[in-house]
Design a protein around this ligand. Structure first.
Ligand code: ASP
Length: 435
């Protein structure tokens, strides 16, 4: 029998969890049974995701930065690529923040459910309070001071210090680019391999995802039987999807302005890669198709695609960053935490960095969401709230991630004059003569 695709398995797991818990709530012992015997498996699943957050940043960021070694050779293209990548990511996070603040999907949860939720995560609520107190006592440059760890092992021992780990990874990656190749080669090979291992671990953890979501959803149903929580989840999903749709519109507009080609030129060219991204939830798995479509159907020279797209698949995740911003504020709203403007500006920085550090594989964006939550002082336990709906949203945000990479490569190619007619044979022949 053909194996069911993972996203269907997860959807079934979710459904089974809800049905199972609804049935059990009819018995007096039902809720206790779920809490004692089912919920711990959900917690184990969440812990496994959190467990790999630090190694994931180290591996994927050091690899991503050291892959930029061509930057001296292609410095013009390199600066443009990184510049446009960062600009589109900041635009995406900002759209996410505006959407979630306007729609307020988390505040639909009524007072009683919110109180129930806060009571079940009392420990986290206390942590938040003490973190908030610390922030109040801090000086104006505290955030900058906190960015640089005094000891990398101490920093890596606390998920709340993720920004410090990112700082170390970027610093390390830059050092790796600057040393002679014969010395950097073995270190880079190590991190390439390390990165592969981490990606494999995510694969393994994702195998248990159907059971994890079963447990999480069952616990959620017995703990907060109020239907408004599910309404809120639907509103949250809609907020993310609406934001992602706006982002696609922005890419089409940008490519239109840059190339003067009709929007259908970009959409038709890239749609097979978008569909693959939607069904695999992985920018990395989609990369070969993205490269083929951008080269052959959008007319971008392969020197641009081979530089811009692999880096983009690793560091440019606009869909992921938009989702992280919406998810963080949604969880804060659900817990009744008021985020100040300062905290929201902080989310722009952390979601941009967290999306850069996210691996191009299913579920990675949610792992890295831990950083955004921890840095903004939002309870990490809130991950349990949104996990149920994460896979379908992962499919949608990966589609945006891939579309963003393609759009940026078109813009970079146009700006360095390396774009030909959308017919690879003509363009390749022409460029072979001219280069
Ligand atoms: N699945 C996404 C990607 O591969 C990353 C994420 O989980 O947001 O692009």
């Amino acid at each position: 029998m053909k194996k069911l695709a993972l996203h269907w398995q997860i959807l079934l797991g979710m459904l089974a969890g809800v049905v199972f818990a609804l049935i059990l709530t009819n018995f007096s012992w039902g809720a206790e049974f779920v809490n004692d015997w089912i919920k711990p498996f959900g917690n184990i699943f969440i812990n496994a995701l959190k467990l790999i957050a630090v190694p994931l940043i180290l591996a994927s960021l050091i690899k991503g930065i050291s892959d930029l070694k061509d930057i001296s050779k292609l410095s013009k293209m390199g600066t443009r690529t990184i510049g446009i990548y960062i600009v589109t990511t900041v635009i995406a996070v900002s759209i996410g923040l505006v959407m979630v603040n306007v729609i307020k999907p988390g505040s639909n949860i009524n007072q009683e459910t919110r109180e129930d939720l806060i009571a079940s995560y009392e420990g986290d609520a206390l942590n938040v309070q003490s973190a908030a107190q610390k922030q109040k006592d801090a000086g104006p440059l505290q955030a900058l001071e906190d960015l640089v760890p005094g000891n990398i092992f101490a920093a890596a021992s606390d998920n709340g210090n993720m920004l410090q780990v990112i700082f170390f990874a970027i610093f390390f990656g830059i050092g790796l680019i600057l040393i002679p190749e014969e010395q950097s080669k073995p270190v880079k090979a190590f991190f390439d391999g390390f990165n592969e291992v981490i990606l494999k671990l995510i694969d393994i953890i994702m195998l248990s995802a159907p059971f994890g979501v079963f447990a999480l959803l069952a616990a959620l149903v017995v703990e907060s039987p109020s239907p408004d929580l599910f309404e809120a989840l639907a509103m949250y999903a809609l907020t993310v999807i609406l934001g992602l749709a706006i982002m696609i519109g922005i890419y089409v507009l940008m490519v239109w302005i840059f190339t003067k080609n009709k929007p259908s030129f970009f959409i038709n060219g890239i749609s097979p890669a978008q569909l693959l991204a939607f069904s695999t939830s992985s920018s990395a798995a989609t990369l070969p198709v993205t490269m083929e479509r951008v080269e052959d159907h959008l007319g971008v020279h392969e020197e641009v695609t081979s530089f811009v797209l692999p880096i983009g698949a690793t560091i440019n995740m606009d869909g992921t960053s938009l989702y992280q911003a919406v998810a963080a504020v949604f969880i804060a709203q659900a817990f009744g935490i008021d985020l100040t403007i300062g905290a929201q500006l902080g989310i722009i920085a952390t979601a941009t960095l967290a999306s850069i550090g996210s691996a191009a594989v299913p579920g990675a964006g949610m792992v890295m969401l831990v950083i955004v939550l921890a840095q903004a002082g939002i309870p990490e336990a809130g991950l349990a709230l949104i996990f149920a709906i994460d896979r379908p949203l992962d499919m949608c945000r990966t589609t945006v991630n891939v579309t963003g990479d393609a759009a940026v490569s078109v813009m970079v190619a146009k700006s360095v004059n390396m774009m030909g007619p959308p017919n690879v044979k003509t363009w390749k022949k022409k460029s072979e003569n001219s280069l």
